[in-house]
Design a binder for this molecule. Structure first.
Ligand code: PMP
Length: 387
């Protein structure tokens, strides 16, 4: 078979192979605590599930508009207005099958040989994978240079050249759990005004998972940048809907038509029942999110303290999302060695830092989307493993 060379440049998500390996060990009778995949361990709120059931009962079983049903896009604009006090045209909102397609389509809009795309490292691995796939030049900014794993706005601005087309930001970040506050985003936004050729892709999928009552510094707060802003958002994390495959994004006017064509050329549309569920989620009460955040805060505190008590392990305090990203080299092991031993000796599935970026050999990612009992047990098992 003669295959396209681009295929060899695609990366993957190691969290899925960690899951497969952990499941295989479990099937052989080895107990396993799963702190690998990043998905909330709560049920989708009942009123959201009911809205999907009703939509199916009402006969919404066919194709719908490729960019999303207008009711769903309008629910998104109402939500943006309520949360960020920004008025946006609902024609610039596209409903996507999850958060991921937005990153893939955005990179396809700009990526080609000669184009530079600035991105964080470590990061959700699909970003670098898609940049490489399009043959464009990845220009990374390294979060591990900062002790709290936060990005530095001046450093990012210094990487911009006349070849830069897209700047990718993820806040709060996966895998580091770091959260950059508004003061730094203000500096970045101010600097970006001087580079009108750069489009911004702001991944805000964890906007509802921010600790210590801090505010989400969304890029919707900067109207002067809105004509070259893409915001990646969705229902997966906030409403525990990872398997529903439902996301939304905001696009520059100029890109809407192109991205709609990418949708038509790949998935046609998102199923209507999921979109009706999405409307119920955005328009409905936020109690489920508040309850989830109480639990996530307790878990964050538990894992942060527990990891720092392990010999040779250092962990900064996660400010958002549900990940802890400790440095483990004080144990004498690389991140990959630590994960392998944790899986086979401690029965804990976690992901090596190198799955998210080349500079993360010393790190591992723990997802704390798991019960407190499981987190405590995992910490106990790893403590024993480390002797
Ligand atoms: N962005 C980030 C930073 C993520 O961590 C993830 C999922 N882990 C996504 C986007 C994709 O979300 P979805 O599952 O809705 O495609």
């Amino acid at each position: 078979m003669k295959l396209a060379t681009n295929l060899n440049r695609l990366g993957t998500e190691t969290a899925f192979s960690v899951l497969a390996e952990a499941k295989a060990l479990e099937a052989k009778g080895n107990p396993m605590i799963h702190l690998g995949l990043g998905q909330p361990d709560f049920k989708t709120p009942k009123h959201v599930v009911d809205a999907a059931k009703k939509a199916l009962d009402d006969g919404h079983h066919g194709y719908v508009m490729s960019n999303g049903i207008p009711e769903c896009r309008q629910a998104v604009t109402r939500w943006i207005k309520r949360r960020y006090n920004a008025d946006v045209d609902f024609e610039r909102i596209l409903i996507m099958p999850g958060g991921k397609p937005t990153m893939s389509y955005a990179i396809q809009c700009f990526g080609e040989p000669g184009a530079e795309i600035i991105h964080p490292t470590p990061a959700f691995p699909i970003y670098e994978s898609m940049i490489n796939y399009t043959g464009s030049t990845p220009v990374p900014y390294d979060l591990t240079e900062d002790k709290d794993l936060k990005f530095n706005p001046e450093k990012i601005l210094s990487l911009i050249t006349d070849k830069t087309r897209l700047l990718i930001l993820i806040n709060p970040n996966n895998p580091t759990g770091s959260f950059v506050e508004k003061e730094s985003i203000d500096v970045l936004a101010e600097g970006l005004k001087k580079h009108p050729h750069v489009t911004i892709l702001s991944d805000e999928i964890y906007s509802r998972q921010i600790f210590d009552n801090k505010e989400m510094p969304s890029f919707f707060h900067y109207p002067e940048l809105r004509e070259r802003l893409i915001v990646l958002e969705g229902w997966s994390k906030a409403y525990s809907m990872t398997g529903w495959r439902l996301g939304w994004s905001f696009w520059p006017k100029e890109l809407v038509e192109h991205v709609n064509k990418l949708l038509i050329n790949s998935v046609s549309c998102v199923n209507a029942a999921a979109q009706f569920a999405g409307i119920a989620a955005l328009d409905g009460p936020d109690d489920s999110i508040d309850e989830m955040m109480v639990k996530f805060t307790q878990r964050r505190d538990l894992i942060h303290k527990g990891l720092n008590e392990l010999p040779g392990v250092e962990c900064s305090l996660p400010g958002g999302a549900f990940y802890a990203f400790p440095k483990v080299t004080g144990t004498g092991m690389s991140g990959a060695e630590f994960c392998k031993k944790a899986m086979h000796e401690a029965g804990v599935a976690i992901v090596p830092g190198t799955a998210f970026g080349k500079t993360c050999n010393e790190y591992v990612r723990f997802s704390f989307a798991a019960s407190r009992d499981n987190i405590s047990q995992a910490l106990e098992n790893i403590k024993k493993m480390l002797g």
